[in-house]
Design a protein around this ligand. Structure first.
Ligand code: FES
Length: 932
């Protein structure tokens, strides 16, 4: 840096000279501006991602004079005379950066990829001193960068590998067939590790107008606007002020049509803190300098129903019309007779559990832009559900669905929340009216205040079992706080009663659930649709039953594990594919070893007066893949161009879970070609058919089947054309298909022999798959899902009984995936899911008005996620492509109950109200009993 600091160039500005990724730069600007802002807006460094703008997440980390700094909290005056390096430059110019990019790719250490540039920049600084790094040193060194997808383990592996490993090429450069079962690297992974991935805030044209949303500071309030025209006049850069009066169609959206109830802009009164009432559109400088506190809106705060107890009280204000008592909907499953079950039980355990709001905390806040093209509206945004967005936007805009084009950008994490509309109506409406591109990027606080959460739950549960360990009866009753609007509340209410048994055979069963409105942010989909909450209760009481009976906790699960030909609690019978017993069996050896070790360590600790106690916990899970008893189709199209290129229209949005790779692997297997032969066109409502939403662990199973059918169809067409047998090998050459069949060779010259269709293909196939399900009757009996996946997690941990802290030591995670299409991606999903389960168990709770940023809302960091041993179990399913089952949500469900069961094993206390923070553990220890 210059000894005298930056040269002052005029009022409030300075001339800064610096090196950026090896190039000299000179800029004159306000030296107090955020470096992240300058890098992105003035220097086109879109690899610098902004996750929080507060120095909490580390996504924007760059190297300044070799040191890692958060660019969002660094004043750009600091760079004068300095050397700046970002991921884009490091992964092309720096030997360590190049090795890191290759290692991240090899290990699948970038899932959604939004944190990856910051990780690579930080890791480069760590590698440069050439000090031998250990796992702990890597975790400590990268501890300031958050990742919500990977669970950090593969990032640690990648950095250690880069320390001594090679750079490019990676496995995929050897052109693997990439068929089902091969652990190939992500087909879309290169951009993620090279800083080239374009997310919602990276795609808007220069000089787009910007939207700022005006939101309620109150959970419940009436409001009226003051003089909007005067406000606009006071700020000449404002192009438009939007309110509900500007909506040409319906001021209403929702993911489940019969329950749609959420306005784009509230009218007259608001139902939750953070609800939108208006939006201001203007040039970037005006919007950045706007003080929205003086926006002319008059609030009249009203008493708010802040939780379910208040909302359910007699006489409580009714939050939504037509939903008496604030009960939005109910779910019910019953089988057998509870009385018979109690009569046959030798022990009965009854308990109550609760969980709070959980924030998705993806590192990419909601962002995107819209533009009007002719009489159509195009929206480029981060989403999990392009076709649902299209239809919702058409209703809001009063347009036909064909007039809306949704182009998903790369999605920097979704986990369910980006299934709902968020910013799309604001940019869409503004762009349509102004006929100019309009962009938005939510602030972290805005994202946390206004988007959906995991449902808080209040559960009572009663389980009875006979002395041989067989569960005779289960009665479950759960209320779920769905907040001010419906979102996915109906899905939670329906799905929970089906799953609350766990993957066990239970003859006498009743499960009731309700979704309750409160004056809280809407609860929606979050990895599991309520099942992680119900599993906490059900797996905890099962442990307590085992303890009362004196039966080993793993053994009681094996005794009750559902088997082929046994009815589920909805009466569904699977003749193959039920894999929970195999998952539990895979844990026997580590379980016995860990229990022996825990016994020895605890005896030694007691003898030494140490407060540390070792605990070992286990929990099971099952999860139905796809919608509950509802149509759930996916369509895949593929075509061959006359130049011989195979194009796969893969519309299953890849939010980091890997559908771009897995669906391509399934298609390539079915067609009998190399996955590297494919050109993939991703989700875009103009270009790819509807592959449904990325949720409910459905893409590998449902869209995978559509891809398998499409691949088989295209293969059949080619073989027929070449008049060769089913065993023929297909190869592509420039403009031709080469067929080899038992020594016979055929060559199809595409341009000469076949006409080009309307999609530009000489051969094309398009297939749809919809899971075979059967509706549930009044007692919840039916076939809600064609496929379930199964899982069992075991954890070893230490509890410090003097401090109440929990140190996780190791997870063993057994997952029945039917067929492991890509084992590396499976491990990544498992590790990321466990990290989120750890958050649910030990630290996360969203409190409106209190934990609205990533400083106060804690998610697991590197140091919180221990070693994870993934055990892949493959019990072939009868419906899944090549036997595959879904996985996305299964990975989280057993984690929290396994942790709680291990805490109980270590200390004797049962934590029933999550999260199990040190203060709750200490309070329970002091009482010598449960946390209440
Ligand atoms: Fe780290 Fe998604 S890969 S946040």
């Amino acid at each position: 840096m210059n000894a005298t600091g930056p040269t002052i160039a005029g009022s409030g500005t300075a001339e800064l000279q610096f090196t950026l990724n090896g190039k000299q730069q000179r800029l004159t600007l306000d030296p107090s501006r955020r470096l992240a802002d300058i890098l992105r807006s003035e220097l086109d460094c879109l690899d610098v991602k902004i996750g929080c703008n507060a120095g909490d997440c580390g996504a924007c980390t760059v190297l300044l004079d070799g040191k890692a700094v958060c660019a969002c909290i660094t004043a750009c005056g600091r760079i004068d005379g300095g050397v700046l390096e970002t991921a884009h430059g490091l992964t092309r110019r720096d030997p360590d950066g190049i090795k890191l990019a290759a290692a991240f790719h090899r290990h699948g250490a970038a899932q959604c990829g939004i944190c990856t540039p910051g990780m690579i920049a930080t890791a480069t600084a760590l590698l440069r001193p050439r000090t031998e790094l250990t796992e702990t040193a890597v975790a400590d060194g990268l501890g300031g960068v958050l990742c919500r997808c990977t669970g950090y383990r593969k990032i640690i592996d990648a950095v250690l590998d880069a320390q001594d490993g090679s750079a490019w090429p990676t496995h995929n450069d050897h052109k693997p067939a990439g068929h089902a079962g091969e652990a190939i690297q992500r087909l879309d992974g290169f951009a993620k590790v090279m800083g080239g991935e374009m997310f919602g805030d990276d795609v808007a044209p220069q000089n787009s107008l910007v939207v700022k949303v005006i939101r309620s500071p109150f959970a419940h309030a009436g409001f009226s606007f003051g003089d909007l025209a005067a406000y606009r006049k006071k700020h000449p850069g404002i192009a438009l002020i939007l309110t509900s009066a500007d909506i040409p169609g319906k001021n209403c959206f929702g993911v489940i049509a019969p329950f749609a109830d959420q306005p784009v802009f509230a009218e007259d009164f608001v139902r939750f803190r953070g609800e939108a009432v208006a939006a201001v559109v203007g040039d970037a400088a005006t919007i950045a300098g706007l003080d929205t506190d003086d926006f002319p809106v008059n609030w009249q705060e009203r008493p708010a129903l802040a939780g379910m107890p208040a909302a359910l009280q007699a006489g409580a204000v009714q939050i939504q019309p037509g939903r008496a008592g604030n009960v939005m909907c109910e779910g019910f499953v019953a089988r057998g007779q509870l009385e018979d079950g109690y009569a046959g039980s030798d022990v009965i355990v009854e308990a109550e559990f609760s969980t709070g709001f959980i924030e998705h905390a993806y590192i990419e806040p909601e962002a995107g832009y819209a533009r009007k093209v002719g009489n159509r509206l195009e929206i480029y945004a981060s989403t999990q559900s392009p076709y649902m967005d299209r239809d919702s936007m058409a209703a809001i805009m009063g347009l036909k669905p064909e007039q809306i084009r949704i182009v998903p950008t790369a999605c920097g994490g979704g986990f369910g929340s980006k299934l709902d509309l968020s910013m799309q109506p604001f940019v869409g409406l503004a762009a349509w009216i102004l006929q100019k591109p309009v962009r938005i990027a939510y602030s972290r606080t805005e994202s946390m205040q206004s988007t959906t959460k995991r449902h808080p739950s209040a559960i009572s549960i009663k389980m009875g079992a006979s002395k041989d360990g067989r569960i005779k009866v289960l009665d479950f009753c759960g209320d779920f706080d769905t907040g001010a609007y419906a979102s996915w509340g109906p899905t939670v209410a329906n799905r929970v009663p089906v799953h609350a048994s766990g993957p066990y055979y239970i003859a006498n069963y009743r499960a009731r659930s309700r979704a309750i409105h409160t004056h809280c942010p809407p609860s929606g989909a979050f990895r599991g649709f309520g099942v992680p909450q119900s599993a906490v209760a059900q797996e905890s009481v099962l442990d307590d039953v085992a303890e009362k009976l004196g039966i080993d906790r793993l053994e009681i699960r094996r005794i009750n594990a559902l088997k082929n030909h046994q009815p589920t609690v909805t009466g569904q019978i699977f003749t193959k594919g039920v894999g929970i017993k195999q998952c539990l069996d895979a844990l026997i050896s580590p379980w016995e070893r860990a229990l022996t070790e825990a016994k020895r360590l605890n005896a030694e600790a007691i003898a030494a007066g140490s407060p540390i106690r070792r605990g070992v916990g286990v929990a099971s899970a099952w999860y139905g893949c796809g919608n509950t008893s509802l149509p759930n189709p996916s369509t895949i199209r593929a075509g061959i161009r006359e130049d011989g290129k195979v194009v796969l229209h893969q519309g299953a949005v890849d939010i980091g879970q890997g559908s771009n790779t897995v669906i391509a692997q399934i298609f390539a297997t079915a067609m009998g070609i190399r996955v590297t032969d494919l050109q993939i066109i991703g989700a875009d409502t103009d270009l790819s058919p509807d592959a449904g939403k990325t949720s409910a662990s459905r893409q590998t199973y449902v869209t995978g089947n559509a891809a398998r059918l499409t691949g088989e169809n295209l293969r059949r067409q080619i073989l027929r054309l070449g008049n060769v047998s089913e065993r023929a090998v297909i190869q592509f050459e420039d403009g031709a298909i080469h067929l080899l069949d038992h020594g016979l060779e055929r060559r199809i010259i595409l341009a000469d022999e076949l006409p080009v269709n309307r999609h530009g293909y000489v051969l094309e196939a398009e297939e749809t798959y919809d899971p075979p399900t059967r509706p549930l009757d009044a007692n919840g009996q039916g076939d809600p899902y064609a496929v379930y996946g199964y899982a069992a997690h075991m954890v070893e941990l230490d509890v410090d009984t003097a401090l109440g802290t929990v140190k996780l030591l190791r997870f063993h995670a057994a997952h029945d995936v039917g067929k492991a299409i890509n084992p590396m991606l499976i491990e990544g999903q498992v590790e990321g899911g466990i990290a989120q389960g750890i958050g649910l168990a030990l630290m996360e709770e969203y409190l409106p008005g209190r934990t609205e940023n990533l400083h106060d809302y804690l998610i697991p960091t590197f140091g919180d996620v221990p070693e994870i041993r993934t055990l892949i179990i493959q019990v072939e399913d009868g419906h899944g492509p090549y036997g595959a089952k879904g996985l996305g949500e299964h990975v989280l469900i057993p984690t929290a109950p396994a942790v709680l069961n291990a805490i109980k094993h270590a200390t004797g206390i049962r934590i029933r109200h999550l999260p199990a923070t040190p203060s709750k553990i200490m309070a329970a220890l002091r009482q010598g009993g449960p946390d209440e």
